[in-house]
Design a protein around this ligand. Sequence first.
Ligand code: MN
Length: 246
Amino acid sequence: MKILLYGDTQICPHSEWSKPVERGLTSKLSMYLKFFSWINELIDSEKPDVCIHLGDVFENGNSVDTLSMFTAAEAFHSQDRYLGINHVEDYKLVGNHDVYSRDASVHTLAILPGTAISSLRTRTFKDKLTILFVPWGTKEGDLDEMLSDLETGALSNTKIIVSHVEIEGADLTPGVAQVRGVPLDKFKYPTFSGHYHHPDKKGNVTFVGCPFYLDYRDQITPIPRGVLIYDTESKETILHPNPHTK
Ligand SMILES: [Mn+2]
């Protein structure tokens, strides 16, 4: 199976960087629309089985402005058509920027197509692939329990984890490590993490990174940005660089 992974889109006008362009959208919002059109082409050409947004779809979980809502609607309803035609399953992890309530039960992803994941859960797919979804708000004790269940679960051949939680030892910016969160070594299976904007790999954890340069911090190092496709058979991860990063 092929899994398309990306995250941390943090949709908002980014007005401090942008001048209004066509239809009152800012240049950053126009960038989002170009990026999502490019993903649609990728879905058509690569034909993944599953598409996962790793969280922080929107910038602000307390209120979404009209321009951001319009951009997200255009992007995700169009994506939904491409996913439907290609029979791709669609999941979105709830990230800290998407939540209104502390327990993540009230969130902005409710208005979007696809399945929003707001609580810890597993899903087993064809080819005996099990994905453990770890959204924002997951308690470490619950994660420990789920990880030990995953270890003893004999039914799956392949196990992967997708997460949007704080990970101890992850780089907030290059060279500045997060000092709290779930220890890196708890992720015993291939893990794809959102939340951290710099693409990186530590242990089993691939930090997918933000697909564009959203602020100055994102531009500290010129690491290629884009979306990943993970092949569960070859265990290969391929980066498809995003041509619309600014
Ligand atoms: Mn986040």
